[in-house]
Design a protein around this ligand. Structure first.
Ligand SMILES: [Zn+2]
Length: 151
């Protein structure tokens, strides 16, 4: 980049040129700050591992090297999932719960999980079925917290 002082200005009065150049310097330093701020938001490209992926939208990043576009997922914070049972009691990882309703199971050897089935060592999850667990005779299952109560 050429230095501002080298700008040809014979058609302008020197005082006016000073004004313009000071505005120009302010503009350039603002721009520089903006670039520095943005560089903190650079993310590694999941496709080519280039470190220069830059933000192009709401959580959307674009890689300047391979043009890959991706959505940045927030890291899952399992300490702050709130899962409430049918009574509004907060559940935690490792809790035991009791199923309060016969639940149909698609493709399972037994058609339903019966009311009163005890489920040990649950894992909280995000989404519609917010409890991951293993149930004897069924294996790994995902349940809705509204159909269980804390044991
Ligand atoms: Zn890339």
């Amino acid at each position: 980049m050429k230095s501002v002082s080298l700008i040809y200005h014979t058609k302008l009065k020197c005082s006016l040129f000073k004004d313009i150049s000071s505005i120009l310097i302010k503009f350039l330093s603002l721009k520089k700050n903006k670039i520095q701020t943005m560089s903190e938001d650079l993310k590694e490209c999941p496709s080519c591992q280039s470190p220069y992926g830059y933000e192009t939208g709401d959580k959307e990043y674009t890689c300047p090297e391979c043009s890959f576009i991706w959505i940045l997922e927030e890291p899952v914070d399992f300490d702050h999932i709130i899962v409430l049972d049918v009574n509004g009691v907060a559940l935690a990882n490792g809790d035991s719960v009791v199923v309060i309703k016969d639940l149909p199971v698609k493709g399972a050897p037994k058609p339903v999980i019966k009311t009163g089935t005890k489920v040990k060592n649950i894992r909280l999850a995000f989404g519609d079925h917010n409890i991951d667990c293993k149930i004897d005779g069924f294996g790994s299952m995902a349940l809705k917290s509204e159909f269980v109560k804390k044991a």
